[in-house]
Design a protein around this ligand. Structure first.
Ligand code: IK2
Length: 431
């Protein structure tokens, strides 16, 4: 702009030449000179490295994406049938800013319950989101806009992208205790202390089930205690539910934490994703909901959530929403989906037992009980970053440096190899 004004003012061709040959043009040609490469994403970077490795032995247990027992990505039968029904549809218009009303309605039932009074009373502000990540991000922006003084309390550890999401939304972050490295379980007393010590009315991010990366969830009784303490403190719970169905195999059971908070009268927020439980990873379909005091407030909140989405992506994509609403709106397809979710969860549970048994059979002197105690897609193995580096360098096994193993990538074909590698790096020095 300044350059254009200078050129206009300069008038003559000769002086224009002097300007363009000078500092102005040089700085124009180096607009992005100060840009350094971004650090690799700790999860997606693992997949990049895996793909670049020519070894025939390579195993990817990095990203949390479900594979069948042959290590192949899966398209669920219910999804294939829904796509068959959708094929040739003449409707390719924009969805409204808030997305598919039908998809959102069905999605809320999964989280709040089929007969939820909150749905009946229209107390929930909800929009279709760009999967779970998009739901978290819109919520973070909403939090920043309407509670600018608030912070977000995030568990240690958590899904690494949570930190990026709230950082980019410019919400200050605090952490709370969650995992105990010695017991490889929940550090419940430290968690409760942190909840107690947080200023009244704080916002907490809670993993609704199948905690990523630890695979450690509070028990039902512990959820009840957490909920009671949240009441006393007036805290707000934002539930990230990226794995509904993946913990127990039953989406209804996996919503228990949320139902406890609802019974106790909390106003909560929820992020839901169909990436894992419907295998719709690349379709980017999910839902953000915020439970309000009454309908009028929900209408206002929904309008503001849409307002946040509009300048970002205008409206969400159609295809994934059609798949979800076709499946959940048809009792037969829905029961096929429930069967398939259970099948995925059961295969992972089976692989947990096999991995542990293999390690015990090899004669590992260490305890691997946590492999079968933890739930969901991930096993937080306890391997150190250095041991993980050896898994990759010496065995071509790719996993995140925090020691997380995506159990969804373990198969009957690679479980023995994986166990041998774990045994080697945990009992011998680097070769
Ligand atoms: N929230 C949590 C806790 C998640 O784990 C994820 C998905 N993470 O998957 C990648 C990995 O950890 O290997 C999400 C939210 C968001 O997932 P999506 O945006 O795909 O729905």
């Amino acid at each position: 702009m300044a350059m254009a004004v200078a050129i206009r003012r300069a008038g003559s061709t000769a002086s224009m030449r002097r300007i363009t040959a000078g500092v102005g043009l040089r700085s124009m040609s180096s607009w992005w000179r100060s840009v350094e490469p971004a650090p690799k994403d700790p999860i997606l970077g693992v997949t990049e490295a895996f793909l670049a490795d020519p070894s025939p032995d390579k195993v990817n247990v990095g990203v949390g994406a479900y594979r069948d027992d042959n290590g192949k990505p899966v398209v669920l039968d219910c999804v294939r049938e829904a796509e068959r029904r959708i094929a040739g549809a003449s409707y390719m218009e924009y969805l409204p800013m808030g997305g598919s009303v039908k998809m959102v309605e069905e999605t809320l039932k999964l989280a709040y319950g089929d007969n939820s009074e909150f749905i009946k009373d229209k107390r929930i502000a909800a929009i279709q989101s760009l999967s779970g990540t998009g739901a978290c991000r819109i919520f973070a922006d909403f939090q920043k806009r309407f509670r600018p003084e608030s912070q977000i309390y995030i568990p240690v550890p958590t899904w690494s992208n949570h930190h990026n999401i709230w950082r980019d939304a410019q919400v200050p972050q605090k952490t709370y205790h969650y995992y105990h490295p010695e017991t490889k379980g929940l550090n419940f007393s430290a968690l409760m202390d942190d909840v107690k010590d947080a200023p009244n009315g704080s916002v907490f991010l809670l993993h609704a089930c199948a905690h990523n990366p630890t695979g450690v969830d509070p028990t039902e009784e512990q959820w009840r205690e957490i909920s009671q303490l949240f009441k006393v403190k007036g805290h707000f719970a934002f539930f990230d539910m990226a794995y509904q169905g993946f913990a127990s195999g039953d989406p209804e059971r996996d919503a228990k934490s949320i139902r406890i908070f609802l019974e106790d009268g909390h106003q909560i927020g929820i992020s839901q994703s169909y990436a894992k439980n419907m295998g719709l990873y690349g379709q980017r379909v999910g839902c953000l909901s915020v439970l309000c005091e009454e309908e009028k407030q929900a209408v206002a909140v929904k309008s503001q959530l849409q307002q946040l989405a509009r300048p970002m992506y205008s409206n969400p994509p159609l295809h994934g929403a059609l798949i979800v609403s076709t499946i959940l709106g048809d009792p037969e397809l829905k029961s096929l989906w429930l069967k398939e979710v259970k099948g995925m969860a059961d295969r992972i549970i089976g692989m947990r037992s096999e991995l542990r048994e293999n390690l015990e059979k090899i004669g590992s002197p260490l305890s691997w009980e946590h492999i079968t105690k933890q739930i969901g897609m991930f096993c937080y193995s306890g391997l150190t970053p250095e041991q993980v580096d050896r898994m990759t360098k010496e065995y071509h096994i790719y996993m995140t440096r925090n020691g997380r193993i995506s159990m969804a990538g373990v198969t009957t074909g690679n479980v023995g190899y994986l166990a041998n590698a774990i045994h080697a790096v945990t009992t011998t020095d680097s070769s």
